[in-house]
Design a protein around this ligand. Structure first.
Ligand SMILES: [Zn+2]
Length: 267
């Protein structure tokens, strides 16, 4: 069902020539963007017959919580960074602070997030702890140059095709936004493994992260859409309102953006 919806939007997307997010062409797109939004809203309403699409129809009557300006503004907490939408090489968030939570590595760079995300992460960790789940932060902000080193190392060891399944090319990593944190637990030896999703800690995170403004950015079974294998450990901050809406929609962030009537670059 979700995938059918996705294909429908792909069809709409192909009708609009879309350039890179970094191309600064957002204003030129405004007119055609609005046309597409009206078209797709109409389709949603016509198709509303079952319980799932009733939700879609209701959502389409309200103003979307994300806008094109948000997702293509690297300073926005809603910024989209993926394999088709790159951040600027020079982009460094201006409001980062250290995360005051248990960490795996003593690394001043990666133990920081943008202030709203850091505060939310601390709240999330504190509530998890109060319910008996001890979480650890493993990797948050990574600069463009740090990602260059990481990615090149993975390519050298695994080849580019395999490396691209789990490591972002420089500029396309959410970690450069300062809004993403990889979390783990002692039950998976503080590592980043799929098994984390099956642990009590991972289950708690999956069911509660949205209340603190985070989503599981790369859910299981959506590699074709997000570009990444299942990463139950990778949390992306979007703020409580949008994260809760994404969580309740059951969509990936890419799908959610498209459901909001926004065309995204998928080259
Ligand atoms: Zn990550």
């Amino acid at each position: 069902m979700k995938y059918v919806t996705y294909l429908k939007y792909l069809g709409v997307a192909s009708a609009v020539l879309y350039l890179s997010a970094c191309g600064g062409n957002e204003e030129e797109q405004t007119e055609s963007e609005n046309d597409v939004q009206e078209e797709s809203s109409g389709e949603e309403n016509q198709n509303s017959g079952d319980a799932e699409s009733t939700d879609d129809a209701e959502a389409s009557e309200e103003a979307p919580l994300v806008t094109e300006e948000d997702i293509y503004n690297e300073e926005s907490i809603l910024a989209l960074a993926n394999k088709s939408n790159f951040l600027g090489e020079e982009y460094v968030p201006a409001d980062m602070i250290p995360v005051n939570v248990p960490v795996v590595f003593d690394n001043p760079e990666t133990n920081q997030l943008r202030e709203p995300a850091a505060n939310a992460l601390m709240d999330l960790f504190a509530e998890a702890e109060s319910e008996g789940y001890t979480l650890y932060a493993r990797s948050g902000y990574r600069s463009y140059n740090t990602q260059v080193g990481l990615y090149n190392n993975y390519v050298a060891n695994h080849g580019q095709e395999e490396a691209d399944r789990f490591s972002a090319q420089p500029g396309s990593s959410e970690h450069q936004t300062g809004l993403a944190m990889d979390v783990t637990s002692e039950s998976v030896n503080l590592e980043l493994s799929e098994a984390f999703g099956e642990t009590d800690e991972g289950t708690w995170v999956r069911e509660n992260a949205h209340r603190f403004g985070f989503i599981i950015r790369y859910p299981d079974g959506y590699e074709d859409i997000t570009g990444y294998m299942y990463e139950p450990w990778h949390l992306r901050y979007l703020g409580e309102e949008v994260a809760s809406d994404v969580y309740e929609s059951g969509l990936t962030y890419e799908e959610y953006i498209k459901e909001s009537g926004i065309e995204i670059n998928e080259e």
